[in-house]
Design a binder for this molecule. Structure first.
Ligand SMILES: [Zn+2]
Length: 300
């Protein structure tokens, strides 16, 4: 892992990366923007090496004000990004969705993001969010501590499947397992909602191969690259080399995600980590831009 080269030099390097591939920029489906006091709590959590980080040292590289963080993504040439936010308890999702709608309204390059939780009224506020223009949802099984196949979410999943709105879902057991993480609960959700557009965050780390199974079985399941293949993750949960051909074959359903700003290394490192897989420029173009551009109907 390289030391942080400074934002200006890094932005130049990130631009060279996608310009070299002949892309108009990057699309990053997994970036975190959330109400300031929630984000501060998340950062404090990483600083304290809480149990959800697996006790691993996790220095946040891009600890800056919200407008600076968005501006940095633009300097990197990220054409579209998301505002991944998620509740850890009932009664919070609706409020988060209100904030996210405002954020999307003042941040045109952010794909309007919403979230959900198994609770009374969830189908209603998911419907409201979709009607208000939400383009992507985030679900966090580990932090939320819920079973994604819980009956109270059934109508919400059905609604999202029908609307074709993708859901980035943190459902793998990394960096630390939760009561309902892993492929099994997700398999139950997909058995009921086979057309649900789940984007499995972190490539399902560390249960990579189980989630590849699900992606091979369900044509609308996608995977995001968030933190996968970086030096940091390869130390903790290495991607099995034997599964690389499967990842190559799923090249039209793998999407760039990074976890910006909450990453313990420079943004460029995620891109280099994908490049060094050696799956070819066509694969990189699809993953870093084209797949998400198609999914979200971005022009050009
Ligand atoms: Zn994340």
């Amino acid at each position: 892992m390289s030391a942080h080269p400074g934002p200006r030099a890094e932005a130049d390097d990130v631009r060279h990366f996608w310009e070299g591939l002949g892309l108009p920029g990057l699309v990053d489906v997994h970036t975190h923007f959330m109400p300031e006091r929630v984000l501060r709590k998340v950062w404090a959590y990483f600083d304290a090496l809480g149990p959800l980080t697996g006790g691993v040292e996790w220095p946040i590289t891009y600890r800056a004000e919200e407008d600076e963080r968005a501006a940095l993504l633009r300097r990197f040439g990220v054409r579209a990004f998301t505002a991944m936010l998620y509740p850890h308890k009932p009664g919070m999702a609706r409020w988060l969705n209100g904030w996210a709608a405002g954020f999307a309204a003042r941040t045109p390059d952010c794909l309007h993001t919403s979230t959900l939780f198994p609770e009374p009224g969830v189908a209603e506020y998911v419907r409201e969010a979709v009607d208000a223009g939400a383009r992507v949802f985030k679900a966090h099984v580990q932090v939320g501590g819920y079973d994604p196949a819980d009956a109270s979410l059934d109508a919400a999943w059905g609604l999202l499947a029908e609307a074709g709105v993708p859901v980035v879902i943190h459902c793998g057991s990394g960096p630390a397992p939760g009561k309902h993480t892993g492929p099994e609960p997700i398999a139950r959700v997909l058995a009921r909602h086979p057309r649900l557009r789940l984007i499995v965050a972190h490539l399902g780390m560390p249960e990579y191969e189980d989630f590849l199974d699900l992606a091979e079985r369900y044509a609308e399941v996608r995977l995001d690259t968030t933190m996968a293949f970086t030096d940091f993750s390869e130390r903790l949960a290495p991607f099995p080399g034997r599964a690389l051909p499967r990842l190559a074959d799923l090249g039209d359903r793998v999407l760039l995600g990074t976890d910006f700003p909450n990453i313990p290394y420079p943004y460029l490192h995620q891109l280099r980590a994908l490049e060094r897989l050696d799956l070819g420029d066509a694969w990189l173009r699809a993953v870093c831009h084209d797949n998400a551009a198609r999914l979200f109907g971005l022009a050009g």
